[in-house]
Design a protein around this ligand. Sequence first.
Ligand code: GDP
Ligand code: IMO
Ligand code: MG
Length: 429
Amino acid sequence: MANVTVIGAQWGDEGKGKIVDWLASRADAVVRFQGGHNAGHTLVVGDQVYKLSLLPSGIVTGTLSIIGNGVVLDPWALKAEIEKLTAQGVEIDADNFAIADNCPLILPLHRDLDGLREQAAGAGKIGTTGRGIGPAYEDKVGRRAIRVCDLAHLDALDSQLDRLCAHHDALRAGFGQPPVDREALINELREIAPYVLQFAQPVWKRLNQVRKAGARILFEGAQGVLLDVDHGTYPFVTSSNTVSGTAASGSGLGPSSTGFVLGIVKAYTTRVGSGPFPTELEDEVGQRLGERGHEFGTVTGRKRRCGWFDAVLVRQSCAISGVTGIALTKVDVLDGMEKVKICTGYRLRGKVLDYFPSHAADQAEVEPIYEEMDGWAGTTAGARSWADLPAQAIKYIQRVQELIETPVALVSTSPEREDTILVRDPFVD
Ligand code: GDP
Ligand code: IMO
Ligand code: MG
């Protein structure tokens, strides 16, 4: 298997960016295939910290980086992110960066609608990143999106805008908002069009060429399986399919290209935004995980909710996404804890479950069944080989892999790129 598909196996922020960056130097292309700038992927290389939301993490190593058709693209966010990274010394040009020309755009009206809906929902809000992701995907499947290729045909935009604005003006009126300012929108698009178009191409074609030449492709998922619009904690999810299969449909390569599916798994659990979270800890242990793990959102700065490792959820994610092996991250955050707990099942109204039920009310009601293990006194932080790990930390890792029924391929022991233990090479297996 020459290719690797990286996906988050929990509620996002598992450390996908770090692992993609670590693998990127051995890949010939890195491809984002879903989501948008709701993602926040952090890379730490020496004293440099890179935060990427829309650009594939491969851009930092100079690897060919591609935004696939499955992504929703905010052109202004793209420009700002390229400028930010360029200022950090990263080279980005039409040779090492491409955008699918059939990629739908996120427009200011999508951000407006995201905000209006969240505001109106009050306590029932989803807790979105406010980036307009959901409304942009709705317009894509509603067949009224403006896409990257439309930027080369702005003279023909009028009839497309008729469809788009008829829909949005009705929604906006419901929120007491004025209709879309079409003139302003066209002017903004006219201004940004050449910038986006310099990178636009049919990337399915480029990727198929790359594949035929025997190159290694690294697919970079955003969010996590539990935020998947079908398999996640619906309706508290994002609006795309975050599972591994989307790598094929979101890039223009067939399912046989997915290769080794590497699930990124945090050694405990976090979630940002609303929705059920069975192992959430609202006590000082949760507080400690948050502090030691620096659990604040990369995109919105929000505090992430923290809890014990939930083996039921991760086993389910690995099954649904066909995970070949996992990268277990942030093991070092558990260093020095006297006891650690793992959720091995749920109790729901007197019954024991070995899976996470689909209904929101059941998801909110399940009570975790825990297994307790001794913690470890030594440190895993910065370990680069299995031999550097305390025996009890190895026991924890082994118990995790047993419970999730999926082998460990990598272990990450700090934010730094090189603090990574290779157990099984995803590019070779
Ligand atoms: P992503 O969205 O999955 O790419 O993850 P984020 O970048 O949003 O969040 C992961 C955070 O954990 C980032 O701040 C990383 O630098 C950091 N991180 C990644 N791996 C490790 C690790 O093994 N140990 C520690 N302590 N931090 C890590
Ligand atoms: P990365 O790629 C964690 C969450 C939001 C909210 C829900 C819907 O960094 O792991 P959206 O704006 O997508 O409509 O919000 O999804 N969410 C994430 N949580 N990591 C992410 O990305 C996320 N992207 C979206 O907090 O609960
Ligand atoms: Mg993140």
